[in-house]
Design a protein. Structure first.
Length: 163
């Protein structure tokens, strides 16, 4: 009889721990900010910015979701950008650019417009414009450095807001 009571207690303890773990995971998913990067074609500046942003955030232990979209998406990542990202440690061979939707623009916690001006339907909070980024097609390394500098500043702002 006593052995059964210990097993029941252990069961209740394990079940409680599992419920707490599930609740924490759900809470983290609900509070994970979404950063929507938008450029012309969705395969260049927004893709480079989103990938590097997520990598930097993960290295700092900041939970974020970064999304790359375009206002006029191209069919695939061009070879020069794909090669640059591969050299940076990102495999985007299977990446398919997508058009930004009004729902994504409305739901995102942060919208980063990189040399584009989509209709934001009155959205005013957490919209940033990065119009000073060089074309990736002209000098990938310089443009990547500019995007990463913007990413770092954005990540600092997000971390400061989370404190």
């Amino acid at each position: 009889m006593k052995a059964n009571m210990i097993n029941r207690r252990q069961f209740v303890c394990v079940a409680g721990a599992m419920a707490l773990q599930s609740a924490c995971a759900t809470r983290r998913a609900e509070t994970t900010p979404t950063v929507l990067f938008v450029c012309e074609h969705g395969y260049a500046k927004s893709l480079v910015a989103s990938l590097h942003f997520e990598r930097m955030a993960a290295a700092r232990g900041v939970h974020v979701r970064a999304i790359s979209r375009g206002v006029d998406p191209g069919p695939a990542v061009p070879a020069g950008i794909r090669d640059g990202l591969m050299a940076d440690g990102f495999d985007v061979a299977a990446f398919v650019p997508q058009r930004v939707s009004p729902e994504e623009l409305a739901r995102a916690d942060y919208v980063i417009l990189i040399s584009v001006a989509p209709d934001l339907a009155g959205r005013t909070a957490h919209v940033l414009r990065w119009d000073d980024v060089s074309p990736l097609s002209e000098n990938y390394d310089r443009a990547r450095q500019e995007l990463v500098a913007h990413d770092a500043a954005l990540l600092e702002d997000i971390e400061a807001g989370a404190r």
